[in-house]
Design a protein around this ligand. Structure first.
Ligand code: 5CA
Length: 159
């Protein structure tokens, strides 16, 4: 396992601070490992949870990050077209190696290499949304309008 000098949660908080947004990571006793658990823990709807899903480009071997509404299933054909190559769901080892975070805590920003995510347009139906913050017990709440500037991502129709 990779040794990180800072806690996963702290790396997300640092990335938020560096981006200039005053968002604060919340550590919860309850599990936020899955989108449903996160929604239950913070008391929002499933659709207001930002799922940070890692796919792997089959030609490039690059990680591809999709920030999807918790209520939606990513259309893999659409994603392949957007990525310009065939894609597959990433193995948990790949997720950890290429993002610095384990499945269940992958955040939308603060990864070990820069990722320009594809952002599900449906997240913009809500004023406030919730995303993972490095661990299966950490989340932060943000304005949906801030997700694109925070991540440098591209808003797309992906479900
Ligand atoms: N902390 C919550 C959101 S606040 C969270 O991370 N939800 S999630 O949906 O983005 O992350 C769970 C996702 O991890 C699942 O939707 C799934 O895409 C992925 N995942 C779970 N188990 C595996 C697995 N065994 N292999 C690959 N991916 C997995």
């Amino acid at each position: 396992m990779t040794t990180h000098f800072k806690k996963s949660l702290q790396r997300v908080q640092d990335a938020l601070n560096e981006s200039g947004y005053a968002y604060t990571v919340q550590e919860l006793a309850a599990s936020t490992r899955t989108a449903q658990e996160a929604a239950d823990a913070v008391g929002c709807t499933l659709a207001q949870i930002v799922k940070s899903l890692i796919f792997e480009g089959e030609e490039s071997g690059n990680p591809i990050l999709v920030l999807a509404s918790g209520a939606n299933r990513v259309n893999e054909k659409t994603l392949a077209k957007l990525a310009g190559e065939p894609i597959r769901r990433a193995h948990p080892n790949f997720v950890r190696q290429r993002t610095g975070f384990a499945v269940g805590g992958v955040p939308p920003l603060g990864h070990s290499e820069p990722l320009q995510p594809f952002i599900d347009e449906d997240l913009h139906q809500f004023d406030e949304i919730w995303a993972a913050a490095g661990t299966p017990h950490a989340v932060f709440c943000l304005k949906s309008v801030d997700l694109q500037p925070l991540t440098g991502g591209k808003v797309v129709s992906i479900k």
